[in-house]
Design a protein. Structure first.
Length: 559
C-alpha cells in the first residue's frame, strides 16, 4: 500500500506503533464481548442477581483500554502521517528547485500543484482511516476466532457469508469510485462555465447570442452534474444497504440454519448472535474505510511517484557537485550555441542559433527583433535556464557545464517579461533593505507602496508598477549582471524616458552589465551595442547610431 510506503519513510517505529495500538484496541474490544457473554451465561445458569466482581473488573479494564488505545492510535497515526507528508512535500520542493526549466515546462504544472497541495490535503483529511481500518480488520479477526472457539460450524457459515459480503461490497465500491470520477469531471466543467461567465462577462453582455449559448451550455453541464451526483448518492446507499442486508442474512443463518445441523449449538446461539452483532460495526467500518482510503491511496501513490519523476528532471543529475563561478569576470562568450523546440511530425522545429557572441563586463546591450524572433529563448540560454543542445557557454574561457550552471546564474538579477513579483524579499543582499527607500523614490513608487519589513505593502498594482518593484528587488540583490526582458514595454512615456535616459546610464556607471530586450528604437543610443534577431538568429550587431538608422529604414553599416 502506498500509505504504508509513505509511513515507512519515517522508519519502522510508526508502523510498529500502529500495529500495536490496533492490536490492543481489538483485543480489548473482544475482551469486552467475551466478558459480557460469560457474565450473561453465568446469570442465566445460576439464576442470580449478584454481580461477579471479576467479570465487572475485566469489563471495565477492557473498556478503558479500548478508549485509550483508540484515542492514542488515531492521534498518533495522524501525527505520523502528517510528518511523513511534510517530509515528502519538502523533498518535492527541494527537487523542484533543482529541475531543468525546459524539462519542467514540458512536464507541466498540474501534477505538481495536485501533489503538493490537493493530494496532501486528501491524505491529511483521511489519515485516521488507516488506523481505523487496521483496528477494524484485527477486531474482525479476533471476533471470528472467538466464534470459532464457540462453534466451528458457525465459524464456517459466518466466514462464507462475510467473504461474499466483502466481494460484493468492494465491487460496489469500485462502481461508486467510477461514479465519483464522472462527477469530478462534470464538476470541473461546471467550474469552467462559471469561470467563462465571470471572465467573459463583458463579452456575453454585448452579445445576446453568446449569452444565450453560454446559458444553454451551462444548463447542460449543470444537468449532467445533477445526474452524476444522484448516481453517486444512489451507489453509496446501495453499498450501505448491501452490507446491512448481508449481516441480517448472517444473523438469520446463525439463528435458523446452524441449529438445524448442530444440536449442541442451541446452547451457544446467543453468544454467537451477540458476537455477530458486535462484529457488524468493525466489519462495516472496514469496508467503508477501504473505499474511502482509495482516494488517499491514489494520492500517496502520486506523491511518491512524482518524487522519482522530479529526480529524473534534475539539472545535470543528482550526482553533480556545484562549482561556484567568480563574480569578478571580464566576458561571457557564446560559441555556436543552438537550441530547438520539438515540432509535430512532418514539421520543422523552431531553432534558435547558432549564436556566436561575446558580452563584455560593464557594457549595455540591447536585443531587438519581432515577436517570435527568439529573443526570450536567447535570454533563457544566456541566463543558463535553458541548456544549449549544441555549442558552449563560457565565462572568461571557462566552460559553463552542469556543475557550474547554478554558480553562473548567481551572477544575474532579472526581470523577465513574465516575471513573478514575490510578496516577500527572498534574495536581497545583506543590508540591502537600507537602499529600499531611495530605490523606491527613484522608481517613483514611494507614494504608491512601501517596503514593510520584508514585503511590499500593496499588491494591486499595474503591470508597469509591478515591474518597477521587480527592478527594485533585482537591484537589491547587488549582482553584477542585470537582465531586463521587455521591461519598458509597460511603462508610461514619462517613466520610459526616465528609464533610458537616467536609470540605465546610472546603472552602467555602477559597473553593471546590462542586457535588455526592447523595441524602443528611439532609445537605441542608450546602449553600447544593439543585437537584431530574426528567425532565431542574430542577424545584425550594430552600433547605436546604425541601429537607429536601421530601425528608421535608413541605410546603416553593421559593425
Amino acid at each position: 500500500m502506498n500509505l504504508i510506503r509513505l509511513l515507512a519513510r519515517l522508519g519502522p517505529g510508526p508502523l510498529r506503533r500502529l500495529v500495536a495500538g490496533a492490536a490492543l484496541s481489538a483485543l480489548s474490544s473482544t475482551l469486552v464481548l467475551a466478558v459480557v457473554n460469560a457474565a450473561a451465561a453465568e446469570i442465566a445458569e445460576k439464576k442470580t442477581s449478584q454481580v461477579n466482581l471479576w467479570f465487572a473488573a475485566a469489563f471495565a479494564v477492557g473498556v478503558v483500554v479500548y478508549a485509550l488505545m483508540e484515542t492514542w492510535m488515531v492521534a498518533r497515526m495522524g501525527a505520523d502521517l502528517e510528518e511523513a507528508i511534510d517530509g515528502v512535500r519538502m523533498e518535492l520542493m527541494r527537487r523542484l528547485s533543482r529541475v531543468d526549466l525546459w524539462k519542467l515546462e514540458r512536464f507541466g504544472r498540474t501534477r505538481l500543484y495536485d501533489s503538493i497541495t490537493q493530494s496532501t490535503q486528501m491524505i491529511s483529511a483521511n489519515s485516521h482511516f488507516l488506523a481505523l481500518s487496521l483496528r477494524s480488520f484485527l477486531l474482525t479477526i479476533a471476533v471470528m476466532v472467538y466464534i470459532a472457539w464457540i462453534s466451528g460450524l458457525a465459524f464456517l457459515v459466518v466466514t462464507g457469508l462475510l467473504a461474499f459480503c466483502a466481494v460484493g461490497y468492494l465491487r460496489l465500491g469500485r462502481d461508486l469510485t467510477d461514479r465519483q470520477g464522472i462527477l469530478a469531471a462534470e464538476t470541473a466543467g461546471l467550474h469552467e462555465g462559471v469561470t467563462d461567465l465571470f471572465d467573459g462577462f463583458k463579452e456575453q453582455r454585448l452579445s445576446s447570442a453568446r449569452s444565450h449559448d453560454l446559458g444553454a451550455t451551462f444548463s447542460g453541464v449543470s444537468a449532467r452534474v445533477m445526474t452524476a451526483q444522484s448516481e453517486v448518492h444512489l451507489h453509496g446507499w446501495q453499498q450501505f444497504i448491501f452490507g446491512a442486508t448481508v449481516f441480517n442474512l448472517i444473523m438469520g443463518a446463525v439463528v435458523f440454519i446452524v441449529p438445524t445441523y448442530s444440536t449442541a449449538f442451541s446452547q451457544q446461539v446467543v453468544k454467537v448472535a451477540a458476537a455477530v452483532l458486535f462484529m457488524s460495526s468493525p466489519f462495516s467500518a472496514l469496508m467503508q474505510t477501504v473505499t474511502l482510503m482509495g482516494a488517499s491511496e491514489a494520492a500517496a501513490g502520486r506523491m511518491l511517484s512524482l518524487g522519482e519523476e522530479l529526480l529524473a528532471l534534475e539539472e545535470g543529475g543528482p550526482e553533480v557537485t556545484p562549482v561556484p563561478v567568480s563574480a569578478d569576470f571580464q566576458e561571457i562568450t557564446l560559441s555556436g550555441v543552438e537550441f530547438s523546440f520539438p515540432a509535430p511530425a512532418g514539421e520543422r522545429p523552431f531553432v534558435v542559433g547558432p549564436i556566436d557572441l561575446t558580452l563584455r563586463r560593464g557594457e549595455t546591450v540591447f536585443v531587438t527583433g519581432g515577436n517570435g524572433s527568439g529573443k526570450s529563448t536567447f535570454v533563457r540560454l544566456l541566463t543558463g535556464l535553458y541548456h544549449p543542445l549544441r555549442g558552449t557557454l563560457a565565462v572568461d574561457g571557462v566552460r559553463i557545464g552542469p556543475e557550474r550552471y547554478d554558480g553562473y546564474r548567481q551572477l544575474m538579477a532579472t526581470v523577465f517579461a513574465d516575471f513573478h513579483l514575490f510578496k516577500r524579499l527572498h534574495d536581497s543582499a545583506p543590508n540591502a533593505k537600507d537602499e529600499a527607500p531611495a530605490l523606491m523614490r527613484w522608481m517613483e513608487m514611494a507614494e504608491i507602496t512601501a517596503l514593510e519589513g520584508d514585503h511590499f505593502g500593496r499588491q494591486d498594482l499595474s503591470t508597469g508598477q509591478k515591474k518597477r518593484l521587480g527592478l527594485v528587488t533585482a537591484l537589491m540583490e547587488r549582482k553584477p549582471i542585470l537582465i531586463l526582458d521587455e521591461w519598458a514595454a509597460d511603462q508610461d512615456p514619462h517613466f520610459r524616458q526616465k528609464f533610458y535616459r537616467e536609470i540605465l546610464p546610472a546603472l552602467k556607471a555602477r559597473g553593471l552589465t546590462i542586457i535588455a530586450v526592447t523595441h524602443d528604437d528611439r532609445y537605441f543610443d542608450a546602449a553600447d551595442r544593439c543585437l537584431r534577431m530574426e528567425m532565431g538568429r542574430i542577424v545584425r550587431e550594430d552600433r547605436p547610431d546604425h541601429a537607429i538608422a536601421a530601425a528608421a529604414g535608413q541605410p546603416g553599416e553593421g559593425a
